[in-house]
Design a protein around this ligand. Structure first.
Ligand code: F6P
Length: 540
């Protein structure tokens, strides 16, 4: 069945020109209960979607879509460990990473929960040794600096979580994150560090990723240069990977390797051993609190009725905004400086998952799929790109996020922060009419410039306080939001074939740039010319 032959999809198409075209200003004025009715809570997270351009008819049709598209069956299949990542023939089991010790989840005859906890326990013991100073480097000095080398899911989650939980971290230790193959990244990350006090975590699911392996080799050279060729580099390197063979080949003792499983996607791995840097920074207890937050949201997603299910509703709203209100992007606006990398983290989670053009069976999708996610913390964004959100020609739905309690109490700064978050949400929704602008006394020639169309859909997501638990719940909220939208679209949210071609081409191009090797057969004229120009510019 194509999406356009589908009852609820057609119903939503019809509602697009009525409810979809309605003004939030009217919806809010005509229905004062709306603000209370469109408020749901789960795992300590509250979602206020009263400023989304929906009404009960749209919600009903979206919820009917859940049945028609088998979203709940697919959710249950994921939780049961079925191979729902069809193109890679894999289970999708990040939910197993946060199951409590006493739970059980049997996949292909093996209970994966004891395996998960075995790794968590090893990570805990190792983190304690590093944090206490018991783990020492080659010269006997304690480790003061931890440098995570990884990219994509092996970087964005760790760096985002480190920054988000900085208030809970060991402030006597330095944490750095190296991802880019641009040498500047590693040079700047380690220039002020003492190799004798530095531990590198080489984080790579495959342990073949060009950027990570290149940076890991550079780090090994730096340690040897600093500590001598005969230095015991094993004391300065641990690995996080699914590929023991490659880890050993690199020269890292596999006793110092923390494993995970092929059923953990890179962008769903920050709560696996990939989170080792997070655990060292906040300690094993903090990490377990974060896992508990993930699990609480998993349970909410698995058991809450659809109409009160946060990730399900957020996923459905994203389908409504993308496909029916024709909004190609979503702005994520955390009003919390600790969440400065949260939008970047969500970019991989959402876009690598749902940036797909064919359905599970390979046939072309017949709707739009994943929107572009972007954003910056408020209030900074207000002084930069909010102008376009308020008065540009594209409608950009926004997720405004904040915590009720500040971690840093500085006079009334937190109240000012939240006043800004709520003011922006109100302006997104209501805008400013011509009459209001005139009533404000604007000169006539400025009236059109000052009109704000409003009607920008917006969700306000709040949590009491930024804690490891809250972070886990928030990340799981978005993971399952992405899942829900992907299930409605009928796509594989867990593969990423689109990233392969560019990687392979870069590997082919490098010898041409470096040594002047002949162009690979069939190279296009633009690339050949660019290679020639680059070589000339480098005097080669
Ligand atoms: O290039 C995309 C990707 O495969 C991501 O999905 C993944 O998170 C990242 O590269 C890093 O991969 P790895 O952990 O295997 O180094």
């Amino acid at each position: 069945m194509t999406q356009t032959e589908n009852g609820s999809w057609d119903r939503l198409q019809a509602l697009k020109s009525t409810v979809g075209a309605a003004q939030l200003r009217d919806l809010l004025a005509d229905d004062p209960e709306r603000a209370e009715r469109m408020l749901v809570e789960g795992a300590g997270v509250t979602l206020d979607f009263s400023r989304q351009r929906v009404d009960s008819q749209v919600l009903q049709a979206l919820l009917a879509l859940v049945d028609e598209r088998g979203v709940l069956q697919r959710r249950d299949a994921m939780f049961a460990g079925e191979k729902i990542n069809v193109t890679e023939d894999r289970s999708v089991l990040h939910i197993a990473l946060r199951l409590p010790r006493e739970a059980s989840l049997v996949v292909d005859g093996t209970d994966v929960v004891p395996e998960v906890h075995k790794v968590l326990d090893r990570m805990g013991a190792f983190s304690d040794r590093v944090r206490s100073g018991e783990w020492v480097g080659h010269t006997g000095k304690r480790i003061r600096n931890v440098v995570n080398i990884g990219i994509g899911g092996s970087d964005l989650g760790p760096v985002m979580a480190y920054l988000a939980l900085q208030d809970y971290s060991d402030r006597d230790m330095v944490f750095r994150f190296v991802s880019n193959v641009d040498g500047t990244d590693i040079v700047e990350a380690i220039r002020d560090l003492d190799p004798a006090e530095t531990l590198f975590i080489v984080a790579s699911k495959t342990f073949t990723t060009l950027e990570t392996m290149t940076n890991a080799s550079a780090a090994r050279d730096w340690v040897r240069q600093g500590l001598g060729d005969d230095a015991d580099v094993a004391k300065h390197f641990v690995a996080v990977s699914t590929n023991a063979e490659k880890v050993a080949e690199f020269g890292i003792d596999t006793d110092n390797m923390f494993g995970f499983w092929e059923w953990v996607g890179g962008r769903y791995s920050m709560d696996s051993a990939i989170g080792l840097s997070t655990m060292i920074s906040v300690g094993p207890d903090g990490f377990h609190d974060m896992l508990a937050g993930f699990h609480a949201m998993d349970e909410h997603f698995r058991t809450a009725p659809p109409a009160e299910n946060l990730p399900l509703l957020m996923g459905l709203l994203s389908v409504w905004n993308r496909d029916f209100l024709d909004c190609p992007t979503v702005a994520v606006l955390p009003y919390d400086q600790y969440l400065s990398r949260f939008p970047a983290y969500l970019q991989q989670l959402t876009m690598e998952s749902n940036g797909k053009r064919v359905k599970l069976d390979g046939s072309p999708v017949d709707s739009q799929t994943g929107p572009i996610y972007w954003g910056e913390p408020g209030t900074n964004g207000q002084h930069s790109f909010y102008q376009l959100i308020h008065q540009g020609t594209s409608v950009i739905p926004c997720d405004v996020l904040f915590f009720n309690e500040p971690l840093n109490k500085m006079g009334d700064q937190h109240d000012l922060l939240i006043a800004n978050a709520l003011a922006q949400a109100a302006v997104f929704a209501l805008g400013r009419t011509e009459d209001e602008v005139r009533a404000d006394g604007a000169p006539e020639k400025l009236v059109p410039h000052k009109v704000m169309p409003g009607n920008r859909p917006c969700s306000v997501i709040t949590v009491q306080k930024l804690t490891p638990f809250a972070l886990g719940a928030l990340v799981a909220l978005y993971e399952h939001t992405v899942f829900t939208a992907g299930a409605v679209w009928g796509i594989d949210s867990f593969d990423q074939w689109g990233v392969e071609l560019g990687k392979a081409m870069a590997v082919g191009l490098a010898p041409q740039l470096i040594s002047g090797d002949p162009a690979p057969a069939g190279q296009d004229a633009a690339t050949s010319a660019a290679v020639a120009r680059y070589r000339a510019a480098r005097g080669r």
